[in-house]
Ligand binder design. Sequence first.
Ligand code: PLP
Length: 363
Amino acid sequence: MEISFYDFQNLHNEEFRKEIKEIIGEIIDNNAFAEGEYNHKFEKDFAKMQGANYCALVGNGTDAIEISLEVLGIGHGDKVGVPGITFYATIEAILNRGATPVYIDINPEDGLICPESTKRMVEAHDLKAIIPVHIYGLPAPIAELEAVCNPKGVKIIEDSAQAQGTFLPSGPVGSTNNMSTFSFYPTKNLAAFGDAGAVLVPSEELYKKIKTIGNHGRGDDAMYGRNSRCDHIQAAVLYKKLEKIEEYNKSRKEVATLYHQNLEGSKVKTLPTKYLQTSSWHLYPVQCESAEVRESLANLLSEKGVSTTPFYAEALSEMTPFKGHEGEDEKAKAFAGRTLCLPISAFTTKEQIEYICNIIKSV
Ligand SMILES: *Cc1c(COP(=O)(O)O)cnc(C)c1O
């Protein structure tokens, strides 16, 4: 059975294609390319879905983090904490600002940032901000991090690129007082036909500042800016896809639950069941005994037609461009390389899950 890692076929089905082609035709007829009504409609509805006051669309998820650091006044000479298990973009944004990353270790159960390590790094390094990541779609322990950071004035930017539809104990990701950044890269749960990103913010002032920076600093409060706009066509695709995101995220939870059930008694370790209802299940990672076991399992699955990915094969601190920064990374290093992500989408079938889990249980 051939099972691909992403399922664009079902996501972009005939009905969706027909509707989106009509909208794109409208945009071409109106010559409204850079920003238009769909940007505003999406900003309003996405903010509502995530329980945020404002949503500011920008060019991509990396810019969303970079611009968030900028509006907080963080740049050259400032230290920013980053967890060791994340996608390159999180640390790139820090380095692009001229700031210095400090590694914060993770919780070995789930790969999320560890509050105790955060406390040690905040105290040892005079951090100006931390960027917890809702990795795989799991909710990071924001309340625990706030308890560490708020009294010391350390800012929190939540990298929510994988967390459209994720729930914290207090509400959806985006509903806190922190800035939350999103990516709508084509493989994310909610995705454009190319690059797009957003920052969810609690105040109109922050919203306006982000929009001004992303549009070359133009406007009433002219300032030094950059180009980080979201194309009207991408905003229209996102607006159209918003109609189905809750239904699709619900399916992902069902897929994750079935995986959990079918993997019981196997040699791989699944994520804690407490996340079954709160994660967006952007990815479905399992932990293998060792890097060697991971590789042989990935090869076996590949021989049987199943695509997997080793997110993340290395901790950030082990990657050539990001070596040599201070911080804690022991648990992140142990976690990386043992993780194998199995195919998950809103359309993964029971038969596919059983096929994959039987292969895993055969070893
Ligand atoms: C996708 C992603 C980003 C941002 O990606 P862009 O490609 O810039 O849109 C940032 N952080 C994480 C954790 C991601 O998965």
